[in-house]
Design a protein. Structure first.
Length: 434
C-alpha cells in the first residue's frame, strides 16, 4: 500500500512549466489514486460492516485489501496522503468530467478520513458529521415550523381525537392487504420502469430481483450487484400504504438507485475505466446524490397530478381500496414529505445529547405522527445510520433544485439533466443549495 502511494506521479497532476506553452495535466495520473481509494474503501469495510454498500470491481483490489488488513489509523493516514497528493485545487484538465473525477476522489477521501476518525472514537456533532461525511449542511428548523405543518395536516384529516390517532387511522384505510402487496408492487415497478425508459436509455441486460424480508431497521434496500443487476429487498415488518408502492418502486428501482448505479457503471466504469465508481461507500457524499436522486426520481416519473391519477385509477382498485381516498391521500402525503425534516431534527437532538431515547421516540410520535413501535424503529435507524437521514430530504431538495435550474420548466430538459446527473461523478458541492 505505501509503495503504491509513493509511486503516484505527483507532477502529472500539476501543470508543468516549460519555455513554451504549459502542458495540460495528465488525467491518467488519477488512475493509481483511484485504485488506492478502492483498496482503502474495502479496507474500511473490515472495520465497519455497513461502510461498503456495493462493490463490483476487480477481485485483485479486494485481495489487496484483504491481505493488507490495515487498521483504521493506517487507512486514515493513507487517505490523508492521497488527499495531499490531489491538493487543494483542481488542475486545469481539458475534460470537465475529469475535473469532476478529481473533486470526487478528494471529497470521498475526505469523508473516509472523517469516518475513520469516528471509528477511532472521535465524537462529532450532528452538523459536523453531516458536513464531514456528506458534504452538506442541513438546515435548522424550529418546532414552530413543524407545528405549522401539523396545523395544515389537521385540516386534511378531520375528526375527533388527537391528530396522530386520526392520521394513523386514515393511513390504515389505504394499507395494502398483505396478500396483495406483491401484485401492487410489481404493477408499480412496471409503471415506473416504463416512464423511465421513455427518457433514459438503459442497458439491455439491466434487471433487478425483488425479495421481501423482515427484521431490518430500513423499509427497503437496493443492493447493487454489478453488471446492471440489483437485488431489492422490501421490509414487511409494518403495514405498507398504497402510495409506498410508487415510493419504493421509483426510489429503489426506476429511476432511483437501480438506474443510478447502472448509469454510473455503464458511463464511468465500463465507459471510462474509472475503477473508483465500482465501490460505493455508504457513509460518503455519494449517498446524498444517491438518496436525493432516488427521492426526486419519484416526481420525475410521476410529476404533479400524474401520480395521484395512477394511484387512483390503478393501484387503489388493485389493492381493493377506495379510489375516492386518492386525492386526500396525496394532500396528506405532501405535508408528510415536508415533515420528513423532523427526522433530521430528532436525530440532531438525540445524537447531540439534547434528548434521550425516550425523548427521541416521543418527538417522532409528535412531529412525524408515528405509532410507538414505528417511532422506536425510526430511532433504531438513527442509532445505526446517524446523520445519514439528511440524504433523503436535503438530498432530494438539492437534486431537485439543480435539475430544475438546468432544465427549467421543460419536462424533457429536466429528464436530460437528471440523466446527466445519474451518469456523472457529481457530488453535493457541485449542486449548490436547495
Amino acid at each position: 500500500m505505501r509503495a503504491l502511494i509513493r509511486c503516484i506521479p505527483l507532477a502529472a497532476l500539476s501543470v508543468a512549466c516549460s519555455p513554451g506553452a504549459p502542458e495540460a495535466p495528465d488525467p491518467a495520473a488519477l488512475d493509481p489514486i483511484a485504485r488506492e481509494y478502492v483498496v482503502l474503501a474495502l479496507s474500511m469495510g473490515h472495520h465497519d460492516p455497513a461502510y461498503v454498500d456495493a462493490y463490483y470491481g476487480p477481485d485483485s483490489l479486494k485481495a489487496v485489501a484483504d491481505a493488507d488488513s490495515l487498521p483504521v489509523a493506517a487507512i486514515r493516514a493513507a487517505a490523508d496522503s492521497l488527499i495531499a497528493i490531489l491538493g487543494d485545487t483542481v488542475p486545469a484538465y481539458t475534460d470537465t468530467l475529469v475535473q469532476m473525477r478529481h473533486r470526487y476522489l478528494r471529497t470521498q477521501l475526505g469523508s473516509m478520513v472523517a469516518r475513520a476518525r469516528m471509528l477511532a472514537g472521535e465524537t462529532l456533532s450532528f452538523d459536523e458529521e453531516a458536513k464531514a461525511l456528506y458534504d452538506a449542511e442541513p438546515p435548522h428548523l424550529s418546532d414552530a415550523h413543524f407545528d405549522s405543518l401539523l396545523a395544515v395536516l389537521d385540516t386534511l384529516v378531520p375528526g375527533a381525537g388527537p391528530l396522530a390517532a386520526r392520521y394513523q387511522a386514515f393511513r390504515g384505510r389505504v394499507e395494502i392487504p398483505p396478500a396483495l402487496v406483491d401484485t401492487v408492487f410489481k404493477t408499480a415497478i412496471a409503471a415506473c420502469r416504463a416512464r423511465t425508459l421513455a427518457h433514459i436509455a438503459l442497458p439491455a441486460s439491466e434487471r433487478f430481483d425483488l425479495e421481501y424480508v423482515t427484521g431490518t431497521s430500513w423499509n427497503a434496500y437496493n443492493w447493487y450487484q454489478g453488471n446492471d443487476h440489483s437485488l431489492i429487498q422490501v421490509n414487511l415488518d409494518f403495514p405498507i400504504a398504497v402510495d409506498r408502492a410508487i415510493d419504493l418502486a421509483c426510489h429503489e428501482g426506476y429511476p432511483g438507485h437501480h438506474v443510478y448505479n447502472a448509469s454510473l457503471e455503464e458511463a464511468l466504469v465500463k465507459g471510462r475505466g474509472w475503477v473508483e465508481v465500482s465501490v460505493y461507500p455508504l457513509f460518503s457524499p455519494q449517498s446524498l446524490i444517491a438518496e436525493g436522486s432516488a427521492n426526486y426520481g419519484i416526481e420525475m416519473a410521476f410529476p404533479g397530478a400524474a401520480r395521484t391519477a395512477f394511484e387512483r385509477d390503478s393501484l387503489f382498485p388493485l389493492a381493493g381500496l377506495d379510489p375516492a381516498l386518492a386525492e386526500q391521500n396525496a394532500a396528506v402525503r405532501d405535508v408528510m414529505t415536508a415533515l420528513n425534516y423532523a427526522r433530521n431534527e430528532v436525530a440532531r437532538r438525540y445524537l447531540d445529547g439534547v434528548v434521550d431515547s425516550a425523548g427521541a421516540v416521543a418527538a417522532m410520535e409528535r412531529y412525524w405522527l408515528q405509532a410507538p413501535d414505528a417511532a422506536a424503529k425510526t430511532l433504531r435507524f438513527i442509532q445505526q445510520y446517524r446523520s445519514y437521514v439528511i440524504n433523503y430530504n436535503l438530498g432530494r431538495d438539492m437534486v431537485a433544485a439543480w435539475v430544475e435550474r438546468q432544465g427549467g420548466e421543460d419536462p424533457d430538459a429536466r429528464w436530460r439533466a437528471f440523466a446527466t446527473l445519474l451518469a456523472s461523478p457529481r457530488l453535493p458541492g457541485d449542486l449548490g443549495g436547495p
